[in-house]
Design a protein. Structure first.
Length: 228
């Protein structure tokens, strides 16, 4: 089982350098990182920590819930209690959860995206977006994406990384497993103008818009195709 005690204990120390994090968000980000470190450890234990991939139900969106989906949701929710986050909108919850009567932020989160990959040891992640809190949960989250004050993801793979933006560039932090903290490894990520690789969920090919299919088909032609 994921230990929420571990995450709570780590919150007393800075586990990510606050220099590039807006002051009002520092505590929230520290808490997210503490929860992510605990979750990374749990994922890394694999079957030694239990059957993470067992089906335990279905979420509101119709996706099957794995055991670790639910545990990850509890981990992040508990880590954020007592913080400036008052509205917690999780893919694993049927509605927005209140984490307190007062607060300045709402967080939309998928605590463990790609949980179907757990059983075959492929990377999984946590995706989140932070909005200023409004008068109601609906007003907090049903608004333009440009209102976000932060967005990012943790990826649990060969490296555990946090990729995050606060509206001015995108930063990458890598978990130093030896010291239990995230270290800045790229201050301003940029998408390369050219690449030899791309990634897309090809299993949904027949559901893509025609323009998306055409674009991917052109890429698959390689140097012999219209894009050279």
């Amino acid at each position: 089982m994921v230990s929420t005690t571990t995450a709570s204990a780590m919150m007393t120390d800075e586990i990510i350098a606050p220099g590039l994090i807006p002051a009002g968000l520092n505590d929230v980000v520290q808490r997210l990182c503490a929860a992510a470190i605990s979750l990374a450890h749990e994922i890394g234990m694999g079957e030694m920590s239990g059957d993470h991939g067992s089906e335990v139900g279905t979420n509101l969106g119709g996706d099957g819930q794995k055991a670790l989906d639910v545990q990850a949701d509890e981990l992040f929710a508990n880590a954020l209690r007592g913080s400036a986050v008052c509205h917690y909108a999780s893919e694993e919850q049927d509605g927005v959860v209140s984490l307190g009567e007062t607060g300045t932020f709402g967080i939309a989160i998928d605590p463990l995206d790609g949980s179907s990959n757990i059983g075959v040891n492929i990377s999984v992640g946590t995706i989140f977006a932070i909005f200023p809190a409004a008068a109601s949960p609906e007003e907090t989250f049903l608004r333009p994406s440009g209102d976000m004050v932060a967005a990012g993801y943790f990826i649990y793979g060969p490296q555990c990384c946090l990729v995050v933006t606060f509206g001015a560039g995108t930063q990458k932090y890598t978990l130093d497993q030896r010291h239990g903290r995230f270290v800045l490894t790229a201050e301003r990520l940029e998408i390369p103008t050219t690449t030899s690789e791309f990634a897309i969920n090809a299993s949904n090919y027949h559901h893509w818009h025609a323009a998306v299919r055409l674009f991917i088909d052109d890429l698959m032609e390689g140097q012999n195709g219209p894009r050279g």
